[in-house]
Design a binder for this molecule. Structure first.
Ligand code: ADP
Length: 504
């Protein structure tokens, strides 16, 4: 089974969030599950630097067909787009790097639309994927094209549009990692995409007068997956459907959820190269050293008895951290400490910085992105806070489980699929792994925090839950075998005649 895996970020080369972690870990797991995987990536500077530190593959670059697909004429490109074969460091997997310097060789966040040309940049990625899906590489024709998030949404549509009678093209799978980010562009983009006019309509990729890349993926892919079973159900309703629930309901027979895994080679407290004090579920005393180290690093009081809550997160509305902001002072009064690492919405950043200024030594905040501090917080914290309003899967709580930093989570999406609440019956049954609250409000979160403090007052009970949490496994092997089964269930070319689609 040959699988073309199409994505935009991949740990350790480039990561803006959980998507990078998934794309770093899932392809090698798919290979281990028996798939012949190749990855298509845009040539962002970090990707090009990463693959060149590895080695370029012996094959020569592949030119994309001229005069078809997205209209590039007025971009003044000095070289035609090509695909540069390469191998990825670490996994050794083969990659095709979309090499168009004028569009991708830009510093900073890969999704930042500095020149207002994100539409054409990611359309070109979709086009390149479709070309590979149709056999651009004479030596390697994929059976399945697996696309990730809106940046790749046009790939299944181009594939469908380009298919001719003849050899069956690849089947397509489109995975939603976050439905809230949809790749919406003004209608003036549409004529540049090289698609027939009728597709700019309600049964195509038009979304309230704009162009939607997410909708393109949902319309054209043979199968739609998302990253947890609960989120797969939630997006079929108006509350979490982000305006696309109507279309998703029509396609519901093609929608399923496969929960993400954890790369335990990177995220395990017993062999985490970023930790001075490795530990595991059977050597929990060593976690105290990690706590002392975190307190020192972040300027928190050296207080072994303090219950340390950690946050490692994008600071956006989705993550529900405004609930925590309202409870900062209360948490300190209850005897807690708070270690926050994150970046995002300026008002929330400022609010947390003010809370830290009010509570020196008890609340510490680092604004920014810091991989090694993220590991230090997981290791040093007693509990990790993920009170998201919605959460497709969430990796942070999975890391918290493995590090014995018990997750405090809202019962939604992948959070509810991965954390077992420390209710009396679950404590009794020995299945509890964290604290889950139902009502998305300050009151809801306050209740969960109180229950965490109460359990912590009983060190033996707390340690038992920690050990249970640390022994949970969200293995990529399991997710990869589910994806491989899904690929096998697809008939190549099934996407050329998808079921009729509906209004958004
Ligand atoms: P999302 O992808 O929605 O941001 P996830 O929980 O799925 O949320 O994944 C977040 C990933 O990004 C985790 O690997 C987490 O450790 C990492 N992360 C988030 N914010 C930061 C930060 N400020 N510094 C370092 N790592 C971060």
């Amino acid at each position: 089974m040959k699988v073309l895996y199409v994505c935009t970020e991949l740990y350790p080369l480039l990561k803006t969030g959980g998507l990078g972690d998934v794309n770093g870990a899932l392809p090698p797991a798919l290979r281990d599950a028996g798939c012949d995987v190749r990855i298509l990536l845009p040539g962002f500077p970090a990707i090009r630097a990463g693959v060149s530190r590895s080695r370029l593959a012996p094959a020569s670059p592949l030119a994309l067909p001229d005069g078809e697909g997205p209209r590039l004429a007025n971009l003044g490109l000095s070289q035609p787009p090509s695909l540069q074969p390469a191998t990825l460091p670490g996994s050794g997997l083969m990659a095709y790097v979309l090499d168009v310097r004028a569009l991708f060789d830009r510093p900073g966040n890969p999704y930042y639309d500095a020149y207002g040309d994100n539409g054409i940049r990611f359309a070109l990625l979709g086009w390149a994927a479709a070309c590979l899906g149709l056999g651009l590489d004479p030596n390697w024709q994929p059976d399945v094209m697996h696309c990730h998030d809106w940046h790749t949404g046009l790939a299944p549509l181009y594939l469908r549009q380009m298919a001719m009678p003849g050899p069956a093209p690849a089947a397509s799978v489109f995975t939603i990692h976050n439905l809230a980010y949809q790749g919406i562009f003004p209608p003036s983009l549409f004529p540049q995409l090289g698609l027939p006019d009728y597709l700019f309509g309600i049964d195509g990729i038009e979304f309230w007068g704009q162009v939607s890349f997410m909708k393109a993926g949902l319309q054209a892919a043979d199968r739609i997956t998302t990253v947890s079973p609960t989120y797969a159900r939630e997006i079929l309703g108006p509350e979490q459907g982000c305006g696309l629930d109507g279309l998703l309901r029509v396609r519901s027979a093609a929608v399923s959820g496969i929960i993400n895994g954890v790369d335990y080679g990177v995220w395990s407290p017993s062999r985490d190269g970023l930790l001075a004090h490795p530990y595991d579920w059977d050597s929990l005393d060593n976690k105290n050293g990690a706590k002392a180290e975190l307190q020192r690093k972040m300027g928190l009081q050296d207080d072994p008895g303090a219950m340390v809550f950690g946050v490692v997160s994008r600071l956006t509305e989705q993550k529900g951290l405004h609930l925590m902001e309202a409870l900062c002072d209360e948490l300190v009064t209850m005897g807690g400490q708070l270690a926050i690492l994150g970046a995002g919405d300026a008002p929330l950043e400022q609010a947390f910085l003010r809370a830290a200024a009010r509570n020196p030594g008890r609340i510490a905040v680092e604004i920014g992105y810091n991989e090694s501090l993220a590991h230090a917080i997981m290791a040093g914290a007693d509990a990790i806070l993920v009170p998201s309003r919605f959460e497709p899967c969430g990796l942070t709580q999975l890391y918290g489980l493995r590090y014995g930093a018990l997750p405090v989570v809202h019962r939604v999406g992948g959070l509810s699929d991965s954390v077992v609440d420390a209710s009396a019956p679950n404590l009794q049954a020995g299945s509890a792994t964290g604290f889950v609250f139902d009502e998305f409000s300050t009151q809801g979160l306050r209740g969960a925090l109180r229950r965490a403090f109460d359990l912590r007052a009983d060190p033996a009970a707390w340690a038992k839950v920690q050990r249970t949490a640390m022994q949970q496994r969200f293995d990529w092997r399991e997710a990869a075998s589910q994806y491989a089964a899904l690929y096998r269930s697809l008939k190549p070319g099934a996407g050329i005649h998808p079921e009729t689609t509906a209004t958004p």
